[in-house]
Write a new protein. Sequence first.
Length: 239
Amino acid sequence: MTHVSVLVKGWTWIPDNMDNLYSCRCGLSCLWTKSSVLADKPDALLFETTTPPFQLLVLALGLLRLFGDPLRVYMDLEAGRKKSGYEDIFISYHAKDDVQSTYAGALFHNNRNYHLSSMKNNDTLVYWSSSRCLPQRNQLAKKLLSLLPHHSFGKCMNNVGGLDQALSFYPECVKDSNEAPKWWDHLHCAMSRYKFVLAIENTITESYVTEKLFYALDSGAVPIYFGAQMFGTLYLLIQ
C-alpha cells in the first residue's frame, strides 16, 4: 500500500483547511478530507468527539466492522476520555491509547502565527492567560503570581487593562493587519516575550498533558507547570 485516504465524518473543532494530500518519509501518501466526493472509497473514517455509529448487523456478528469496510477511528482528547466501543483505533492523550495526541499539534492549528520574538522582557517575567476562572486554579495562580512580576492577559486576574491587550503591548505580533485579530493568532508570539509561562491544567489526570505546557515550550519560554505528574517523562520522550 502506497496511499491511504481518511474521511473525516464527525468533528467539532478540526479545521477545514487541514484538507490536503500529505506525504511522509516512508513513501506513503495520505488524503485527509471532509469530502465524501474526494474520498469515495476511504481506508479510514475519523470521528472526533462524535462517537462512531454502531451497526446492528456488524454487532450481531460479533465484529466491529465487516471485511473491506474502512477502519473506524475515534478521537477524544478531553480529560474524561472514554472509548466508544465501536472503533478500531482510539486516539487520545493517554500514553496507553492506540495513538497519543493532544490539542497542541501544530498540524491542527496551521492558520496561527508562530512568529517568535528574539527579545525577552527583563522586568515582567511571567506570562499567564486564562479565561476559564476555575476556583482552585485561580487560588494557585494568585498565590504564585503575587510573588512574581507578571502579565495576566485573560479574564482571570487580568492586570493589563482588559482583554485583547497583547497586540497593544507587542504590535509586531499582528498576523494580518487586514483581518480582525483573534486571541489565538498571536499567542505564541506574545508568549515568546516572556522568560516564564504559568501553565495550570484544568484537570489533574494521569497522562493528561495539554497545549498549556507545549505552547510555552514552543514559544521558547520556561513553563511553570502544574498538572500530570508524568509530564517530565513525556517531555524527555519529545526531546
